[in-house]
Design a protein around this ligand. Structure first.
Ligand code: ATP
Length: 258
């Protein structure tokens, strides 16, 4: 079984080589190589404590690596600040609390859109200054299927639709790489289908890296899977390949997906 990063004729948009992170002598992530490609969904899976969240935080620069390199479109971002990395197009989804519960769905997206437009200070004077962002906000709401809910308060949405709204606000930043941390967490069956379709459509014109525990979803939508165990890459490949690997089954899938 290969632990090589994803082979592709196209250069990766986000790459890690030899990624390592120590916490006070404990090695949480070691020698991790991975590539994230435009138009593809890359799933990062593994048992609890395998190091998925740490890798996620390293790639978005919320944590500084102890060793290794991270590149975005060939540019070394290993020492680049998180805000700059986000401006380069590597954007992580935040949890639902990142949306404003007492604003409408439309205003939540308009507020998110002001960031790439540099209007951050104007918003607090008047929402009317955001009017020119309405057409783009409506496009995004249409793309995620929330246009009919645009005048509802975010707090009135179902859990699944709040998550969709949160993803829409992330898309407002027009990411090249979208990192999703357990997008299906807490979802009912119907919402899982909705979010899966949404993630698939998002990946049509950008790269997606997602940490996901729901292996049915990974089987369904991931183009490439990296399996972590004890901070290291145990296996990498398409879902069919990694799911048949005996070590992966023992480490993870054998107990989780039969
Ligand atoms: N800030 C920290 N200080 C010390 N140890 C940490 C820290 N963050 C993570 N760890 C340790 O690193 C290891 C990997 O944790 P991490 O949260 O990345 O795993 P995970 O695969 O995301 O797990 P889960 O699926 O349970 O969320 C764990 O043993 C964890 O206790």
């Amino acid at each position: 079984m290969s632990t090589e990063p994803q082979p592709s004729p196209e250069p990766a948009i986000l790459s890690a080589r030899g990624l390592r992170r120590d916490f006070a002598g404990f090695v949480a992530v070691k020698d991790v190589d991975l590539d994230v490609h435009h138009g593809k969904i890359h799933a990062l899976i593994g048992p609890n404590g395998a190091g998925k969240t740490t890798v996620f935080n390293l790639l978005t620069k919320f944590l500084q690596p102890t060793a290794g390199t991270i590149t975005c479109a060939g540019i070394d971002i290993t020492r680049t600040a998180p805000a700059k990395v986000a401006r380069m197009g590597v954007v992580r989804s935040f949890q639902i609390s990142a949306t404003f519960p007492h604003l409408s769905v439309l205003d939540n997206v308009r507020v998110a859109l002001q960031r790439p437009n540099g209007l951050a200070t104007q918003f607090w004077r008047s929402l009317s200054t955001l009017d020119r962002l309405t057409p783009r906000a409506m496009e995004l709401l249409h793309a995620v299927g929330l246009d009919s809910a645009r005048h509802r308060l975010a707090s009135d949405l179902s859990y699944g639709r709040k998550r969709v709204l949160e993803i829409a606000t992330t898309l407002a930043l027009d990411p090249k790489v979208l990192l999703l941390d357990e997008p299906m967490a807490g979802m009912g069956h119907e919402d899982v289908g909705t979010i899966s379709r949404l993630v698939r459509s998002i990946a049509e014109n950008r790269a997606v890296l997602m940490v996901e525990h729901n292996l049915s979803v990974v089987a369904d939508i991931a183009d490439w899977v990296t399996v972590l165990q004890r901070g290291q890459v145990l296996a990498a490949g398409d879902y069919d390949t990694v799911s048949k690997d005996e070590r992966v089954r023992v480490a993870y899938m054998g107990t989780e997906h039969e």
